[in-house]
Design a protein around this ligand. Sequence first.
Ligand SMILES: [Zn+2]
Length: 78
Amino acid sequence: MVWTAEEKTAYQKEYRQANKVHIAYRKKEYYDKHREQILEKKSDWGKIKIGCECGCYVRRDYLSKHMKSVKHSKNVPN
Ligand SMILES: [Zn+2]
C-alpha cells in the first residue's frame, strides 16, 4: 500500500490526536491511583517550616507572604 502525502499527513494527524487522548488518560489514571500520595506530598510541603533570613521560622507556603510582612522587613534591613 502506497500512501499519498495527504493520506500520510491525515494519518499522522489522527495518530497524534489519538495519542493526545491516550496521554491525558494515562495522566488522569496516574492521578487517580496516586491521588492520596500526591495530596499528602503537597500538604507536607506546606507544613514544613523553614528558617528565614530574618530569623523567623515560617511555613513554606507562607514564606512568600512573610517576605512582604512588617515583621520580616523590620528584621531584615533593605
Ligand atoms: Zn523573614
